[in-house]
Design a protein around this ligand. Structure first.
Ligand code: SF4
Length: 307
């Protein structure tokens, strides 16, 4: 079986920076402990587990808002995740005198800046996935932002003000779905649109669209990770290549490769390299006709994940 390792894949600059911030904080005696992450530092449960091993507490209950998470912090230091938060969260932390470290990705701040710049002069629409932390952070900037999560909502949208429309979007969506929504609104209104899908997401999706012909694409990444899920969707819709998302080698089903002669592999922007490398190594030695090659027990350690 031929196994193609698509590039780029794996950590983007925002994830790499966020992880470095947490690792440095663990080692820095001057930073008050415990460390509380307001959500998952990046969307990968293995990273959360590895950080937990080193004493870092992550609030991962998706039903909790960032405001509710702050209320749970009584001591130590809070860390804001790569997905960003609204000003209200920072103000609450300051009021409670809880020190915090900001690991927000600069591409998320770019979206905040675009929106804040346009709010005084435009009616602002934001394309994003409800309940995603990045979306929660953006919506917390102002009550005047309208969330458009899908085409069906765009079809029903009616302008509320006389101001011209401005549209931007969550950083980790697929351009395909964003354009469909923008085109829907443009059928009835003139709009100004800034595509804010980040370069890391765009490049990884382009690699999947242009991937060498394969029987199947394996996307390594977490179910919470928006950019990971989009890689699978883009493969199926735009590259017409069957795709499976897995979190580790242990999710691989040998039956997927029964008749496969070429397999491509990619990973989301928050997937540790060690996990994807292990998948590639496994697939390279896999032979459907030799059961001895089927054993898929992960050997990746917490140290591998954080290094
Ligand atoms: S996926 Fe994009 S927005 Fe998210 S952390 Fe990476 S670079 Fe930043």
């Amino acid at each position: 079986m031929i196994v193609n390792d698509l590039r780029p894949r794996g950590y983007c600059h925002g994830v790499a920076r966020a992880l470095k911030i947490v690792k440095d904080a663990i080692l820095d005696d001057k930073i008050k402990k415990p460390l509380y992450i307001l959500g998952l530092i990046v969307h990968n449960k293995k990273i959360k587990e590895a950080l937990e091993h080193y004493g870092v507490i992550s609030f991962e209950n998706p039903k909790l808002t960032r405001l509710e998470m702050v209320e749970l912090v009584k001591e130590g230091t809070a860390i804001l995740t790569a997905h960003g938060v609204s000003k209200k969260i920072k103000q609450l932390l300051e009021t409670k005198a809880i020190p915090f470290i900001d690991a927000t990705c600069r591409d998320v701040y770019k979206v905040h800046d675009h929106i804040q710049e346009h709010l005084p002069t435009h009616e602002v629409l934001y394309i994003g996935k409800p309940h995603h932390p990045e979306v929660e952070g953006v919506l917390g900037l102002s009550d005047d932002i309208t969330l458009i999560p899908k085409v069906e909502v765009a079809q029903q949208f009616v302008k509320r003000t006389e101001k011209p429309l401005y549209i931007t979007n969550q950083t980790t969506l697929s351009l395909f779905e964003v354009i469909k929504i923008v085109e829907e609104i443009e059928k009835r209104y003139q709009v100004k649109f800034d595509n804010d899908i980040c370069m890391a997401t765009t490049k990884r999706q382009e690699a999947v669209i242009k991937q060498p012909k394969a029987d199947v694409l394996i996307v390594v990444g977490d179910s919470y990770s928006s950019n990971t899920n989009k890689l699978k969707e883009v493969s199926i819709r735009e590259a017409e290549t069957l795709a499976y998302r897995i979190e580790t080698i242990e999710d691989l089903n040998p039956e997927w490769f029964k008749t496969a002669s070429v397999v491509n592999v990619t990973s989301g922007a928050s997937t540790p390299k060690a996990i994807t490398n292990e998948v590639i190594f496994y697939l390279k030695q896999f032979d459907y006709n030799k059961k001895a090659t089927w054993r898929n027990v992960s050997q990746v350690t917490y140290l591998d994940i954080l290094s």
